[in-house]
Design a protein around this ligand. Structure first.
Ligand SMILES: Nc1ncnc2c1ncn2[C@@H]1O[C@H](COP(=O)(O)OP(=O)(O)OP(=O)(O)O)[C@@H](O)[C@H]1O
Ligand SMILES: [Mg+2]
Length: 310
């Protein structure tokens, strides 16, 4: 209540108490009341208008942010898909070459009259091995991009290895060896396919760094450790480290040191977002050999998950 209103009410109170009020006095007070109510009404309407304008502005900003996040996520997914297609193409090259060679061989052996039932049996077995390899890669690729939104416990060691299965040939061609060591039983909680994108982003960044700096002996290590509270995954390389000019900002969007068309700067931003959704953290540092990424996730016991659901 403002001072004027307070004073006015006191005056009104005094007048009533003194009981000296006459008709004209009452009319005067009523007029004052009406003016005051009108003034408050205008102020209220103005504040209401201002408030709804602010709410509208906030809604628009929120919508814009959600939209931007969606576009970034979509871009990151497309980039990952492109990189993965390259990896799959490498993975398919070798079995496809083998199948082509086998068909040529079959014709040659047939002309030399060497093809009998036993020959065809062996031939079929070899052919199926190659076809199975193609099918396995395809199945893994499809599962990687399935919009699987279900959070569950999954084995960290197996999740890493299923990404490695897809990029194996590509990394072999680039002469990068990747060693996975540590606790093979550790489980973390989240959407497994989303987590695999973190691994893929870190692996691809290391591959780019090896090529940029032209490193010859290329090594990566993935180490899993767990205690009663956390699961920790460390992925390190010997590619010389993250440039100091960007190291503080690499988890922000659009931070890249790569030439246009080679990097958009979304990979690590998306990875950090995925980690956050898992209540985990993703951090990076440089060692004397190269970059080291640490993914630290809390152990969700069955009880804490039940509490979350409730
Ligand atoms: N292992 C690494 N070694 C050296 N620098 C790295 C490594 N990982 C990341 N970086 C640096 O961090 C930057 C950001 O990485 P981020 O994955 O977010 O984007 P990007 O790889 O440039 O583009 P993209 O969106 O295609 O992934 C990179 O441009 C690079 O400078
Ligand atoms: Mg990247």
């Amino acid at each position: 209540m403002d001072n004027d209103t307070q004073l006015f009410l006191e005056q009104l109170d005094d007048a009533i108490n003194a009981a000296t009020i006459d008709k004209t006095e009452i009319k005067k007070i009523l007029q004052q009341c009406k003016r005051r109510i009108k003034r408050f009404d205008t102020i209220l309407k103005q504040s209401d208008k201002q408030l709804s304008m602010q709410v509208h502005q906030l809604e628009q900003e929120f919508e814009l942010r959600v939209n931007n996040e969606r576009i970034l996520a979509q871009q990151a997914k497309h980039a990952a898909m492109g990189e993965m297609m390259d990896a799959v193409a490498h993975q398919w090259k070798q079995p496809l070459n083998a199948i082509t060679m086998l068909t040529d061989l079959l014709l040659m052996e047939y002309k030399e009259d060497k093809v009998d039932e036993a020959y065809l049996e062996t031939y079929k077995k070899i052919l199926w091995e190659q076809i199975n390899h193609l099918l396995n890669t395809l199945a893994e690729f499809r599962s990687f991009f399935r919009p699987d939104k279900e959070k569950k416990h999954f084995n960290l060691y197996r999740a890493i290895n299923s990404v490695l299965l897809l990029v194996k040939d590509e990394f072999m061609k680039e002469m990068i060896t990747i060693k996975v060591t540590g606790d093979e039983t550790a489980a973390i909680y989240g959407v497994e396919n989303e987590f695999k994108h973190i691994i893929l982003n870190i692996l691809n960044n290391a591959k780019d760094a090896f090529n940029e700096k032209d490193i010859h002996s290329r090594e990566m290590t993935c180490t899993i450790e767990q205690n009663s509270e956390n699961v920790m995954l460390k992925i390190c390389d010997n590619a010389g480290g993250i440039p100091l000019s960007v190291i503080k900002d690499i988890f922000k969007p659009n931070i890249t040191t790569k030439a246009e068309g080679k990097g958009t700067g979304i990979g690590l931003y998306m990875s950090a977002q995925i980690a956050e959704k898992m209540d985990a953290t993703l951090t990076a540092c440089n060692t004397d050999r190269g970059a080291c990424f640490t993914f630290l996730a809390p152990i969700h016991t069955k009880n804490t998950i039940r509490e979350e659901i409730l």
